[in-house]
Design a protein around this ligand. Structure first.
Ligand SMILES: Cc1cc2nc3c(=O)[nH]c(=O)nc-3n(C[C@H](O)[C@H](O)[C@H](O)COP(=O)(O)OP(=O)(O)OC[C@H]3O[C@@H](n4cnc5c(N)ncnc54)[C@H](O)[C@@H]3O)c2cc1C
Length: 384
């Protein structure tokens, strides 16, 4: 029996997880609406390039019938990597080699979002829908949004990311602080604005690791670059550091102090970054989390299993969740939606716990005195 036929499905959050799920359900004839907080598709700059993995992100796109669109939009060579120390001395560079030709192709977040949006029927995504609360209505739900609009749905899926407002309706568990905070910056027109970094990047990525700090730079297809620098900070650092992260000069002053003996090349980033730094304290959901499956409400992606980004799995896990959830919901062997949700959550929680554990270990290793050795190990290289 298909228990979700003729049911109204609301997905809250139009990130990679929510949009992938919408596509997978809609292509099977289901009634899906995505409620997204952003005012429109272009309201927010999309962050760095993502590598999609064969068994997860690409697998979901394959099932969604979107591999041709992906091939037309991914960035060959964007996975090429240069690993350096703080003096910008190269310890690993695979730009010339073909040995890592990739099962993990890179795509910018903007084009990935576009592919997914283009695959949906018109008006599937209702923009400017900032979810605030959920109330039960017999066997269904009423969703209320900040702008006073409301909607009804038989099944609600939370895909609203790291600070999910829907998570508390499923579990009282809360994310714990990992001990690390990243600062995200962007340099537009990077070829002109930061020519030395641009040359080192060569359309790929730079990992600079030393002093228990990571600095990861990614090129983007529009000529900009995105960088994240991460280190150990108090949970309240974003608030208590006294730095106004929207003031480029203040962040630059902090950089000069904290990175005093790093090479001059890194100045290019902090001198030329747009005044739109985003501090990101990194949180993780408990690895042993579990809960009783609800009859018509579940979570996916960061809403379900937020973790630090150092395993490079967040988007991949969100898209694999979407695939597995769609498969469970469409599986006619389950007697009811609750059983389908329970089956999905069982495998999703087990899988994400393993990945979150790897991600926490990688976070510590990337910020240890042996970070470069760790990175070379990940790349299958021995120390020079
Ligand atoms: C610094 C950093 C670097 C990262 N690098 C990588 C990487 O290289 N590879 C990788 O795989 N992952 C990476 N990640 C993780 C990745 O970004 C997330 O895991 C992934 O985006 C999760 O997808 P999602 O669809 O679950 O949530 P999101 O992408 O967060 O999407 C959630 C959506 O919900 C919307 N939303 C939020 N609240 C509401 C609300 N109340 N009402 C309505 N809509 C709402 C948001 O606007 C957003 O569109 C990184 C994360 C960080 C912080």
């Amino acid at each position: 029996m298909n228990t979700i036929k003729n049911k109204k499905i609301a997905i809250v959050g139009g990130g990679p997880g929510g949009l992938t799920l919408a596509r997978l359900l809609q292509m099977n004839g289901l009634d899906v609406t995505v409620y997204e907080r952003d005012a429109n598709q272009h309201a927010r700059a999309q962050g760095a390039t993502l590598d999609l993995h064969e068994e997860s992100g690409l697998n979901a796109l394959q099932h969604a019938g979107l591999m041709d669109a992906f091939r037309a939009n991914y960035r060959p060579g964007a996975d090429k990597l240069c690993v350096v120390n703080k003096k910008a001395e190269i310890v690993f560079d695979d730009h010339e080699s073909s040995h890592r030709e990739t099962s993990r192709p890179e795509i910018d977040r903007g084009p990935l979002q576009q592919i997914l949006l283009d695959s949906l029927l018109p008006d599937t995504v209702i923009w400017d829908s900032h979810f605030v609360s959920l109330s039960p209505q017999d066997d269904s739900w009423k969703l209320d949004f900040k702008n006073g609009i409301f909607a009804f749905a038989d099944i609600v899926i939370a895909a609203d990311g790291a600070n999910s407002k829907l998570r508390p309706y499923v579990t009282p568990l809360k994310a714990f602080y990992s001990g690390y905070t990243a600062l995200e910056g962007v340099v537009y027109h990077s070829e002109v604005a930061s020519p030395k970094i641009y040359e080192l990047l060569r359309g790929g990525k730079i990992f600079a690791l030393e002093d228990k700090i990571s600095l990861i730079v990614s090129s983007k297809g529009d000529g900009s670059l995105v960088f994240y620098t991460c280190g150990q900070h108090e949970e309240s650092w974003t608030r208590d550091s006294g730095i106004d992260f929207s003031d480029q000069a203040q962040v630059f002053a902090w950089f000069q102090q904290e990175y005093a003996d790093w090479d001059e090349i890194w100045r290019e980033l902090f001198e030329n970054a747009a005044s739109s730094y985003t501090p990101r304290p990194l949180y993780c959901m408990p690895l042993d989390q579990t809960w009783e499956a609800a009859p018509n409400l579940t979570l996916l992606g960061d809403a379900a299993h937020l973790m630090p980004p150092f395993a490079g799995e967040g988007v991949n896990m969100a898209m694999l969740d979407a695939l597995e959830l769609s498969q469970c919901l469409l599986d006619t062997h389950y007697p009811d939606t609750q059983s389908a949700i329970a089956a999905y959550e069982k495998q999703m929680l087990a899988r994400s716990s393993e990945v979150a554990e790897q991600s926490l270990s990688a976070t510590i290793a990337f910020h240890s005195p042996d970070a470069i050795s760790f990175m070379l190990g990940v790349l299958g290289q021995s120390e020079p």
